[in-house]
Write a new protein. Structure first.
Length: 504
């Protein structure tokens, strides 16, 4: 397959402890500094160029207006002239007056109504204004001109203004360059103290964890997000260390337990050792069960777009499902949750349901085969077995776990799960050793709630294992007393759910 060489190369890098090739990338601090500085430089440069262009245009328009105003007296004299010769003399006189004022490159041209030049006073050889010169045009009216009208045009060199504009632009760009340089220095310092240095400390802590040294709690002189990230790494390293310690202790206990014959401690006269101490079918209990079934049927017939149905679904999701689980009606609880989720979020329900349908159809035979493998392994290792249960997580249960832990559907590893009930704690560890012998354990997913019970008293061994085909599934191992406490005692799941509702 195309992706296999990369995976092999990555595995080799992990095993040897070497970092992957860095390529041509920049360090994070430098990349941030350069990117921010370039963006600010482009912004400042664009704004400055726009402002300079506006100022130059306004100043040029003002100078053209002044030049046009200076032509007004000459235009009035031309309009009073009685012949073309007089007009030409006035043009020469007007040009001479401007040259006397210091405008040595001043030129004048008078055109009639047919755009023919009837008189001019040129300072050079060109008869049309250069593109970079200061120009002005005003209309004139005279009976000696064709069609009784004409245009008086004037221009003069603008080299001084152009030189001044270039100098102004150069000064502005020098200021921008100095500003950008100052921004680069300030940004790099800020990034170093706020990002680069804390990240280097975090990477150092992670490297120590990789070498087997415990990570130290983060210091308080870093940003909140980085401090949170450092604490997460610290917690992860602590959790992994404790998990490895518990896993080793569990297998040591299994070795010790295997040296003595197992004591089941089960009265053979008991018909069903897993039978829970729930009250008998009283009238009140039957009424409640009937009520829950009616509510479930009502919800299953409801349409997702009905606002009233959504209100009912929210209430049933929060309360009725917990009551059904409290009564031990697990199938009814699953039906209620599925019906509620189908109304509250039909798209999520359909997406998860399709995935589970394909999984169950494809794994039904696999579940039976795996159950046989585990039972045979327990018998071969001499582990007494009280009960063996299997289940596929229902649709709403999968969705709820995704919401609680922020998981994707493919990340939920207990879609398929098995439960092994044995007589004693020693048998729990013996069964764990058998499961880990048969399948590859996932170290991150091992929980020893027997040695380290939950706050509500829940006890059990939880382990996730992987088959040779790559399928991950969960196995729970507990004693009869642990099972009863988890089903109806202080560690019952419905008590946990009642304290931590998940909004749909």
């Amino acid at each position: 397959m195309p992706g296999e060489p990369t995976v092999v190369q990555d595995d080799l890098l992990v095993k040897t402890g070497r970092l992957p090739p860095r390529g041509g990338g920049l360090p994070l601090g430098l990349a941030l500094g350069v990117t921010i500085s370039v963006l600010i430089g482009l912004l400042l440069g664009g704004l400055t160029a726009l402002q300079l262009h506006r100022e130059e245009r306004k100043e040029n328009e003002a100078r053209q207006g002044l030049l046009a105003e200076s032509l007004a007296p000459l235009a009035a004299e031309i309009e009073r002239a009685s012949s073309l010769d007089e007009i030409k003399r006035q043009l020469l006189s007007g040009a001479h007056a401007e040259i006397t004022r210091g405008h040595t490159d001043f030129s004048l041209i008078l055109s009639d109504g047919d755009d023919r030049v009837v008189g001019s006073a040129l300072s050079g050889f060109t008869t049309s204004p250069p593109q970079d010169s200061l120009q002005a045009r005003i209309p004139v009216r005279s009976t000696v001109l064709a069609k009784g009208r004409g245009t008086l045009s004037a221009w003069q060199g603008d080299s001084d203004f152009v030189a001044e504009t270039i100098a102004r632009r150069r000064a502005a760009w020098l200021e921008i360059g100095a500003t950008i340089l100052a921004i680069i220095v300030v940004v790099q310092l800020a990034i170093y103290f706020l990002v680069t240095r804390p990240l280097n400390r975090l990477l150092t802590s992670i490297q120590k964890v990789e070498m087997g040294y415990p990570a130290k709690p983060p210091r308080d002189d870093i940003a909140r997000e980085l401090r949170w990230l450092a604490w997460r790494f610290y917690r992860m390293s602590t959790t992994l260390t404790n998990g490895a310690r518990l896993l080793i202790a569990a297998h040591r206990r299994a070795i010790q337990a295997s040296k003595t014959p197992p004591d089941t401690g089960i009265d053979p006269k008991l018909f069903d050792p897993l039978e829970l101490d729930r009250p008998g079918p009283s009238a009140d209990l039957q009424i409640l069960q009937h009520y829950l079934r009616n509510r479930c049927a009502l919800l299953e017939e409801s349409h997702p777009g009905n606002p009233h149905a959504r209100d009912i679904a929210l209430e049933i999701w929060k309360y009725d499902a917990v009551e059904a689980e409290k009564l031990g009606e697990m199938e009814l609880c699953a039906r209620i949750e599925n019906a509620a989720l189908k109304v509250l979020d039909p798209h999520a329900f359909d997406r998860v349901q399709r995935a589970l349908d394909s999984l169950v159809d494809a794994r039904a035979e696999w579940c039976a085969s795996t159950e046989g493998i585990i039972k045979s392994g327990l018998a071969a290792d001499g582990v007494p077995l009280i009960a063996f249960q299997q289940r596929t997580k229902h649709t709403a249960g999968v969705w709820r776990k995704m919401q609680e832990r922020g998981l994707l559907l493919e990340e939920v590893q207990d879609l398929l799960a098995f439960r092994i009930v044995v007589p004693t704690q020693d048998s729990c560890y013996l069964a764990l050793n058998t499961v880990h012998r048969l399948f590859e354990p996932e170290p991150f997913r091992f929980k020893d709630y027997i040695a380290d019970p939950k706050a509500n008293g829940y006890q059990s061994l939880h382990t996730s294992v992987r088959t040779s085909e790559g399928l991950v599934f969960e196995v729970q191992i507990r004693t009869i007393d642990m099972h009863r406490a988890a089903e109806e005692g202080s560690a019952a799941h419905w008590r946990y759910r009642s304290r931590k509702p998940i909004r749909a």
